[in-house]
Design a protein around this ligand. Structure first.
Ligand code: ADP
Ligand code: RBF
Ligand code: MG
Length: 205
């Protein structure tokens, strides 16, 4: 058993500095360790120290927040072409950029359990998808830190801890000051997640 830890992170009044942190990129292949088979697929993002300088200084561990995905029309979960109403209700009606918003939990670190030598950023989106979304644009609004990265005696206890992280993320985000204004359920500004194009993209076009 893992030791008891709080199910809610952060004050009910809202995020604390330095949050929110933003990150974006296209989903890449990870280590192929079969996270999916474990029931915890993680969408990996490249770490770019130029675009997100803060990532060099941030401590390794588990973070939570909101993710947006620009799923192609062919994807079964694309809100405008499918019967997936969950995504539609969490997306701003005025957001026509094609991004859908979901809660997420993520790991930034070396995966002590696997003794990686390179830092990775991997996101478990708290939603069931009908198909993979490799190559898709993902944006993250990181709202807080859950816990430090740990080593584990075996895979079972790692998975148990990750499931608890998912509960913590869901519960913590399910408060007015932490839920997105774009979902109609909160006051947190998530406009960056769904907007058409970021300043960074604009600069390279
Ligand atoms: P990899 O080692 O390539 O990252 P994973 O087993 O971690 O493989 O699976 C990750 C892939 O699964 C993601 O890139 C994405 O395409 C897909 N996927 C499906 N559902 C989810 C989800 N809820 N969260 C994250 N990725 C998901
Ligand atoms: N790996 C670790 O070695 N230690 C951890 O504490 C750890 N925590 C994680 C928490 C979350 C929410 C997620 C999504 C992943 C975490 N990982 C951790 C990474 C995990 O090892 C990785 O997803 C597996 O390698 C499965 O491929
Ligand atoms: Mg992965």
């Amino acid at each position: 058993m893992s030791t008891a830890r709080p199910l809610i992170i952060g004050p009910s009044t809202g995020l604390k500095a330095p949050y929110p942190l933003q990150m974006e990129g296209k989903v890449i292949s990870g280590f192929g360790r079969g996270s999916k088979e474990l029931g915890i697929p993680t969408a990996n993002l490249p770490i770019d120290y130029n675009l997100t300088p803060w990532i060099a200084d941030i401590k390794s561990g588990v973070y939570f927040g909101w993710a947006s995905l620009r799923l192609p029309p062919s994807h079964p979960n694309q809100p405008t072409t499918s019967s997936d109403t969950t995504a539609t209700t969490t997306t701003a009606p005025e957001a026509h950029s094609g991004f859908s918003v979901y809660p997420m939990v993520m790991s930034i670190g070396y995966n002590k359990f696997y003794k990686n030598t390179m830092r990775s950023a991997e996101v478990h989106v708290l939603h069931e998808f009908g198909a993979d979304f490799y190559g898709v644009e993902m944006r993250l609004l990181i709202t807080g830190f859950i816990r430090e990265e740990k080593d584990y005696a075996n895979l079972e206890v790692l998975i148990e801890d990750i499931k608890l992280d998912c509960d913590v993320a869901r519960k913590s985000l399910d408060r007015e000051a932490w839920a997105l204004r774009e979902t109609g359920r909160g006051t947190l500004d998530g406009s960056w997640l769904v907007r058409e194009r970021t300043e960074q993209n604009r600069a390279v076009v």
